[in-house]
Design a protein around this ligand. Structure first.
Ligand SMILES: Nc1nc2c(ncn2[C@@H]2O[C@H](COP(=O)(O)OP(=O)(O)OP(=O)(O)O)[C@@H](O)[C@H]2O)c(=O)[nH]1
Ligand SMILES: [Mg+2]
Length: 346
C-alpha cells in the first residue's frame, strides 16, 4: 500500500515525509519523480505473539509513503504531480498551517479546495474523453460503463469528487483501471508550528473535513522531523513534552489504516512471526496470495486461530485440542487479528 504525501507547493510535504520515514528525499530529484519511504506498523498483538516463538524473526506490516518532487516556482499543482499521483493508493494532503517564506498567512481551507478541484478536473478530462469515444461506438470495458461514467461525469461537473459520487463497491472495482484521483481516499494533515500542536484545528477546516467524512490530523512537521532523528527514549520524552504519546509515524499509520479500511492478519511459526495488511472483507484465498502466489493458486484450506486464543493457550496444539482451530475455505472473510495457516498443494 502506497500513501502519497501530497499538497500544494511549499506546504511542507517533504518535511512531513521526513518526519514519518526518518529520511530526507534527495533534493535533486526531477519534478514528478517520487521518493519512497517505509514505516513499520507498530502492533502490540504481534509483539506478544512473537514472545511465544523466540527464535523467529519478527516482521511488522509496512506502509510505504511517497513524496513527489514538485516543480520549483510553480504556484498550483503541476501536471507531473497529478500524473505521479495516479500510481498511489491513497493520499495524505499536507495543508500549510504556518506563514510561508514570504510571510503570507496560511490558508489551509483554500489549499484543501484547490487540490480537490485539480483532481476533479483531471478526472473529468479522462471521463469526457472516454464518454465521447463510447458515444462514437467504442465497446465498453464492462456492461454498465456508459451509465457509470455518465453518473460520474455529473458528479464531477458539480464539483463533487468521485469518492463522494455514491458509486457502489462493484462500480468502483470496475473503474479501477482509470486510477481516478478523486476516487482515492484522502486524509488531511494540518502542518503547524510547534506552539500550535496542542491547539484544536480551525473550526471551518474541521467542518470541511467532516463534510467529506475525511480524517484530519494536526502535526508539526518540523518538530516531528527532529524527533524522528532521535533514539527511542529521547523521542518519547520529547513527545511527552508536546503532550503526545505516539510519534507522527505511529499516529499516521493508524490513521492510514482507518482511512483505507485496512486490517491485519498474522502468520506465526518458528521461522517468522509476521503481520500482513489486507483490505477489510478480503477472502482467505486472496489473503493467501498476499503471502505468496503459490498459496493462492494451490489453496486448499485455511486453518484459523484467533490471536487471543493462541496468546491464552500458548501453542497451536493446545488451540487444536481446545477446539479453537477452525478450518475455513476459499471464501472465508479474514478478520482483523486472525492467525492463518494456509494449506496448499504445489
Ligand atoms: N515554520 C515552519 N516551517 C515549515 C514547517 N514545515 C515546513 N516548513 C518550511 O516550509 C518550506 C517548505 O517545506 P517543504 O517540506 O520543502 O515543502 P514541500 O511541500 O515539500 O515543498 P515543494 O516540494 O517545494 O512543493 C521549507 O522552508 C520548510 O523548512 C513547519 O511546520 N513550520
Ligand atoms: Mg518537497
Amino acid at each position: 500500500m502506497k500513501v502519497g504525501i501530497v499538497g500544494l507547493p511549499r506546504s511542507g510535504k517533504t518535511t512531513v515525509f521526513a518526519a514519518l520515514c526518518g529520511q530526507t528525499p534527495d533534493p535533486g530529484l526531477p519534478p514528478g519523480k517520487m521518493s519512497l519511504g517505509t514505516v513499520r506498523v507498530q502492533d502490540e498483538r504481534l509483539r506478544r505473539l512473537y514472545a511465544l516463538f523466540p527464535p523467529a524473526k519478527l516482521i511488522f506490516a509496512e506502509v510505504v509513503f511517497a513524496d513527489i518532487a514538485g516543480a520549483a516556482g510553480k504556484k498550483g499543482v503541476d501536471r507531473g504531480t497529478l500524473t505521479a499521483m495516479k500510481e498511489l493508493d491513497a493520499f495524505a494532503q499536507v495543508l500549510r498551517g504556518f506563514p510561508d517564506e514570504t510571510g503570507a498567512a496560511p490558508d489551509p481551507l483554500r489549499e484543501l479546495r484547490d487540490l480537490e478541484a485539480e483532481t476533479i478536473l483531471a478526472d473529468l478530462d479522462v471521463v469526457e474523453r472516454k464518454v465521447a469515444r463510447l458515444a462514437k461506438g467504442e465497446k465498453p470495458g464492462f456492461p454498465t460503463e456508459k451509465e457509470v461514467l455518465g453518473r460520474l461525469k455529473d458528479a464531477l461537473d458539480a464539483g463533487t469528487p468521485a469518492r463522494r459520487a455514491g458509486l457502489t463497491a462493484e462500480q468502483i472495482r470496475n473503474l479501477s483501471g482509470y486510477a481516478f484521483l478523486s476516487l482515492k481516499p484522502v486524509l488531511y494533515v494540518l502542518n503547524v508550528p510547534e506552539a500550535a500542536v496542542r491547539e484544536p484545528p480551525p473550526a471551518a477546516l474541521v467542518g470541511e473535513a467532516e463534510a467529506r467524512q475525511a480524517g484530519l490530523m494536526v502535526l508539526s512537521g518540523e518538530v516531528e522531523k527532529q524527533i524522528a532523528e532521535l533514539d527511542e527514549s529521547s523521542a518519547k520524552d520529547f513527545l511527552a513534552d508536546l503532550g503526545l504519546t505516539e510519534s507522527a509515524a505511529q499516529r499516521f499509520t493508524a490513521a492510514a489504516y482507518a482511512l483505507m479500511d485496512l486490517v491485519s492478519f498474522f502468520t506465526v511459526g518458528d521461522d517468522e512471526v509476521r503481520a500482513w495488511t489486507i483490505r477489510r472483507g478480503t477472502e482467505a484465498v486472496l489473503a493467501a496470495g498476499k503471502i505468496h502466489t503459490d498459496l493462492e493458486k494451490g489453496f486448499i484450506r485455511a486453518e484459523v486461530i484467533r490471536h487471543e486464543d493462541l496468546l491464552e493457550l500458548g501453542t497451536e496444539a493446545k488451540c487444536r485440542e481446545a477446539g479453537k482451530l477452525r478450518v475455513e475455505g476459499k471464501t472465508y472473510v479474514v478478520q482483523d487479528g486472525d492467525i492463518l495457516h494456509i494449506r496448499f498443494s504445489k
